[in-house]
Design a protein around this ligand. Sequence first.
Ligand SMILES: NC(=O)c1ccc[n+]([C@@H]2O[C@H](COP(=O)([O-])OP(=O)(O)OC[C@H]3O[C@@H](n4cnc5c(N)ncnc54)[C@H](OP(=O)(O)O)[C@@H]3O)[C@@H](O)[C@H]2O)c1
Length: 279
Amino acid sequence: MKLNNGIIMPEIGLGTFLLEPIDAENSVYEALKMGYKLIDTANAYRNERAVGRGIRKANINRKDIFISTKLWPSEYENPNAVDETLERLGLDYIDLLFIHQPTKNWREGYKQLIKAYNDGKIKAIGVSNFEGEYINDLLNEFDVYPQVIQVECHPFYPQTELREIIKEKDIKIMSWYPLGGKGMTSELLNSDIIKSLSNKYNKTPAQIVLRWHLDMGFIVIPGSKNKDHIKDNINIFDFKLSKEDMNQISKLNNNQRRYIRTDEALENFLNWKITYEAK
Ligand SMILES: NC(=O)c1ccc[n+]([C@@H]2O[C@H](COP(=O)([O-])OP(=O)(O)OC[C@H]3O[C@@H](n4cnc5c(N)ncnc54)[C@H](OP(=O)(O)O)[C@@H]3O)[C@@H](O)[C@H]2O)c1
């Protein structure tokens, strides 16, 4: 997928939210060995060092992989935040760096991303969870636009409104909770529509949903610590969903998020300090 600054980004990768360091290291290693090119992590996942170990163990040429991570709000005013993130990952540049949450001091975080981009420490700029007023404020206040916005996105909540806002600037959506969210996937994967398409295409329900993300033009990062799932999730390039079947899946849209974010939660994010995993 070509981003609005000309950088080419893989459209599917591995997510590492809620993966313990040992699971993150193993999943990253297995995924890269299977041909994954994109890995997503975050300061807040407390597994960036483990992701770095998985990358080194897989021993793939750095330029052939694409790493995304996210600055936590407590880091937005830390002038060393990007360098510290690089140190934890063991990398000398990051392909895509997000600010993770639109809290009060997000403008400082965004300025850090612009500086890191100009210094060549990151290749693309991202914002995460900047829906509604936040993306509008950002696009109005800054001349430098992000390349990617990472948000909750799946057939129940396909981000219809946001897609209209970002279309003109060609900002790509990267879907989190793509299968309905860790521990909550069964409602989506066991829905009648997905199950019947699974039978029709002879693909697993997860593969149908992931193919839907790609056919919608989204970048997708299913999380998994199961080698068989990791393998299945990338095996989606030998079919495409027909227009009629995409329309069927669109009937699942009930405009319901799986994760409810409150102003109070955003305020808490600002105060939450991360303790990083040991070296
Ligand atoms: N920016 C943000 O605020 C934010 C928030 C949440 C998530 N994220 C990112 O988005 C990524 C994806 O979200 P997520 O991991 O929470 O949710 P998800 O990808 O929707 O669901 C993950 C769950 O799906 C299961 N799974 C994976 N592949 C499967 C398959 N082929 N068949 C059946 N089950 C399968 C996994 O279990 P197994 O381990 O058993 O495979 C895991 O429990 C995260 O890992 C993270 O990188 C970002």
